[in-house]
Design a protein around this ligand. Sequence first.
Ligand code: NCD
Length: 303
Amino acid sequence: MRHLMSPLDFTTQELDRLFDLAGDIERNKAKYAHACDGKILATCFYEPSTRTRLSFESAMTRLGGDVIGFSDAGSSSASKGESVSDTIRVISCYADICAMRHPKEGAPMVAMEHSLIPVINAGDGGHQHPTQTLTDLLTIRSLKGTLGGFTIGLCGDLKFGRTVHSLIHALVRYEDIRFVFISPEELKVPDYITEMLKDKDIPYEEVTSLEDVMPCLDLLYMTRVQKERFFNEEDYIRLKDFYILDMAKMELAKPDMLVLHPLPRVNEISVEVDKDPRAAYFKQVQYGVYVRMALILTLLELA
Ligand code: NCD
């Protein structure tokens, strides 16, 4: 039985197969409309989410399966003191596959160890968010045609942003990728990530000015400042509008640079950018459903 805890749980060849399957789903939706008939997905979300949870629910529904679950810890037995390991033992009797989000780093791994069904990490604290990474990789592969040979700028909250941490880990396995980390001093990418890049001899730079690096980027991954992970409101207020991508900055960029964002957006991309053909963040949402459909089929061994 396989689970998905980190994007590295799949080899790059397995990811290619997953993305090919997602592409086939996109082109032949009717072929998959009953692929999960009789199967149940449990969404166990101990932390607020709309898009990831709905994306999973949409994916399972489009495959013909059913969905059960809870969307905040208060409405689950966690509020009565039940452990994650007990919860998953119970959920294993109700469902065939489980997507779990938890504010504590590592909680989905604990669930995996006690589970009788495949568990998908749908985001654990500031740690990892592997299905967002699958979404990001599929978007890049589909719109750029390849997963290598580019300079990617990651901008915003690189300290707490789990989507950033997952994406960097996944991208280092591809050829000829250069990273530009754009953040205020307080929100720099954690040391364990820069250490990993140094060990692997992968080029990266850390800067604070977005304008200065715009012309050299092939991809720009914008992120929201992660309010819920701040210890102090004043720091959040000081940093939340540090970067705002607007059309003036887009004019400095390459004509084929893509802008990605895991969403939700707060202020970091002005709405005027949405009309620019380089804005790919809403297409990314659509790819997220196809890739989750492909993942569910793969983990249930139905594809
Ligand atoms: C991200 C997350 O939850 O980490 N959202 C998402 O899943 N699409 C990004 C964020 O909340 O900023």
